[in-house]
Design a protein around this ligand. Structure first.
Ligand SMILES: Cc1cc2nc3c(=O)[nH]c(=O)nc-3n(C[C@H](O)[C@H](O)[C@H](O)COP(=O)(O)OP(=O)(O)OC[C@H]3O[C@@H](n4cnc5c(N)ncnc54)[C@H](O)[C@@H]3O)c2cc1C
Ligand SMILES: NC(=O)c1ccc[n+]([C@@H]2O[C@H](COP(=O)([O-])OP(=O)(O)OC[C@H]3O[C@@H](n4cnc5c(N)ncnc54)[C@H](O)[C@@H]3O)[C@@H](O)[C@H]2O)c1
Length: 518
């Protein structure tokens, strides 16, 4: 525990204005913001501060991917630059170790931020026995063992930020060795020779790129009809082409029926998905729609006659569900909905309050979009509103999303498919990196920037990008949408030459039929 200046006398509960449960990007940001507002705050975390994001998600994967990019660049692109690295060697332990080191530095950083902001960090597993009270146990099993809580905390307000956990394939539990969740895939003792990946979402494609780059033979099986199905269809198609060129095998409209764990690995049957039992297309997904959508893994309908595949291991990346097992008793009355805690976040001016007064929830535990920046923003809005401050609503229609494989994928707002479905009249401008001087100079000509603008007023409706560094280019379009900027305003903004960002400028020109360089 860091400092506990607000402890009461021994035997009496420690009193706070706010108790935050979970120290991930939802929880730790909420705790700091509340402390900035002058509140007495405790944050209970049973593991390391930083949550999945810093310890087992966003950050360590990006550290791994940076290594994969370095290797690929030297191996495949170096010769064109006149640089050949002979006998390129990989020290796998260091590849993994560097990623763990980066995560370690950052989680310690959150501890420093807590001290700086006078947030009390309570180490342990939290449960909510009653409104206004949190019991802290040594670990998640302690209560089941009949142990007494190590500590009891009291506050008028409790914020649940306990995150999400990976979904399992029915009948195929994670075992950490052969049947892997993302966390396991981040610390494998050696690079597998053959790997099956189920699901081509963000986790599936980031790991497919990573393991393929380090020499594994990777097969990705996706039940829908394109990879990264939440992206614009043109981006999905370009991504598939680029991944296949790298040697990744992709099997669309297939699912795994059963996975057998053998002494040497796994055996899976991959069968075509029955079209009639197909899921609603995720491209139709609107984050502002009521509640989380049906889990894509719920969809069944294999029509049999599938292919058998053997591999050293399988990474199951078919989505997540809220993590709140054992956090509270049903009798407390906290309502859940489709594996997530129900809050009012789909309405105007949401408070993020659960069905129980004084108990709030934010981040992955309340449903999609399951992203760190969303968790943090929800947490800030929840805290500001619960303490009577003004806060702008989160626009769930304009959440930026990035996938950090190579080529990178980045998007915000309307896809072409959704605009068509909603009968929104739009213009499209697409600028290929092939036509960009900077992309040519860098040898990174794969991909494009595609913008959608309203036909009548030219407002930016959506931006869809694939290629080198597009995850950094996206911020301009996030701001443009927030400011309700039009294509003309992007066109009138001078973009430095030569930069990849000129592709955004050109795509905006394209929506007005005035593209110069393509
Ligand atoms: C492999 C991977 C890569 C990802 N990459 C990205 C990315 O690049 N960009 C992005 O935006 N998102 C990414 N995500 C998603 C991102 O990690 C999550 O959206 C984010 O971590 C959610 O934050 P959170 O605070 O809601 O939950 P979490 O980060 O999951 O934090 C919840 C915390 O609560 C703690 N906790 C749970 N129950 C209790 C309890 N009862 N008592 C005490 N503590 C408890 C947990 O130990 C955990 O530390 C990735 C996820 C994965 C798995
Ligand atoms: N770069 C990032 O921002 C990043 C990186 C990793 C994870 N994340 C977050 O973590 C969450 C979880 O990631 P994820 O990749 O597990 O989920 P996801 O929802 O992004 O993708 C799951 C994919 O699996 C497919 N699928 C589901 N069941 C299947 C089955 N039985 N057989 C074959 N395919 C199946 C779905 O159609 C979907 O394409 C994501 O929602 C994302 O928000 C974000």
């Amino acid at each position: 525990m860091a400092d506990a200046p607000h402890s009461g006398t021994p035997g009496t509960p420690d009193a706070y204005d706010l108790i935050v449960i979970g120290g991930g990007p939802g929880g730790y940001v909420a705790a700091i913001r509340a402390a900035q507002l002058g509140k007495r705050v405790a944050c209970v975390e049973r593991d390391k501060l930083g949550g999945v994001c810093l310890n087992w998600g966003c950050i360590p994967t990006k550290a791994l991917l940076a290594g994969a990019e370095m290797k690929s660049k030297l191996e495949h692109d170096g010769a064109a630059f006149g640089i050949t690295a002979e006998n390129l060697k990989v020290d796998w332990e260091k590849v993994i170790g560097r990623s763990r080191g980066v995560a370690g530095n950052l989680n310690k950083g959150v501890g420093f931020l807590f001290k700086k902001n006078k947030v009390t960090h309570v180490q342990g597993h939290a449960t909510i026995p009653a409104s206004g009270r949190v019991d802290v146990f040594a670990d998640a099993e302690a209560k089941g063992r009949g142990d007494e809580p190590q500590k009891t905390l009291e506050a008028e307000k409790i914020l649940i930020c306990t995150g999400a956990q990976p979904r399992e394939l029915p009948g195929t539990p994670f075992d950490g060795k052969r049947v892997l969740a993302a966390k396991d895939a981040m610390v494998l003792p050696a690079c597998p020779k053959k790997m099956l990946i189920v699901g081509s979402g963000a986790i599936g494609m980031e790991f497919a790129y990573f393991y393929n780059a380090f020499g594994a033979e990777v097969t990705v099986v996706e039940m829908l009809d394109r990879v990264m199905p939440v992206e614009d269809a043109e981006v999905s198609a370009a991504a598939k082409k680029a991944f296949e060129k790298q040697g990744i095998r992709i099997l669309l409209e297939h699912k795994t029926d059963a996975i057998e764990v053998t002494d040497s690995g796994i055996k899976a049957t991959l069968s075509p998905v029955d079209a009639e039992a197909d899921a609603p297309h995720p491209a139709k997904k609107s984050y502002a729609a009521e509640g989380p959508e049906q889990s894509k893994s719920d969809v069944s309908g294999a029509s049999g006659g599938g292919e058998q595949i053997e591999a050293d291991c399988v990474l199951v990346a078919i989505g997540v569900r809220g993590r709140y097992d054992g956090l509270f008793d049903e009798s407390l009355g906290i309502e859940t909905f489709k594996d997530h805690i129900k809050v009012d976040y789909r309405k105007e001016k949401p408070t993020y309050q659960t069905s129980v007064e004084g108990i709030y929830a934010a981040g992955d535990v309340i449903g999609p979009p399951w992203l760190a920046h969303v968790a943090s923003e929800e947490a800030i809005v929840a805290v500001e509103r619960m303490f009577g401050h003004e806060a702008a609503d989160i626009d769930y229609e304009a959440i930026p999303g990035c996938t950090y494989c190579h080529p990178q994928v980045a998007s915000i707002g309307y896809t072409t498919q959704r605009a068509d479905e909603e009968k929104i009249a739009y213009e499209v401008g697409t600028f290929p990196f092939q036509a960009s001087g900077k992309a040519q100079a860098m040898g990174e000509t794969t991909g494009f920037v595609k913008l959608l603008t309203g036909k009548k007023h030219g407002e930016i409706l959506g931006a869809h990008m694939i290629g080198e560094g597009v995850t950094e280019l996206l911020a301009e379009m996030s701001l443009a949408i927030k400011m309700e900027a039009t294509a003309e305003e992007v066109i009138g903004t001078i973009h430095a030459h030569p930069t990849m960002s000129e592709a955004v400028h050109e795509a905006a020109l394209g929506t007005a039929g005035r593209m110069i360089h393509s």
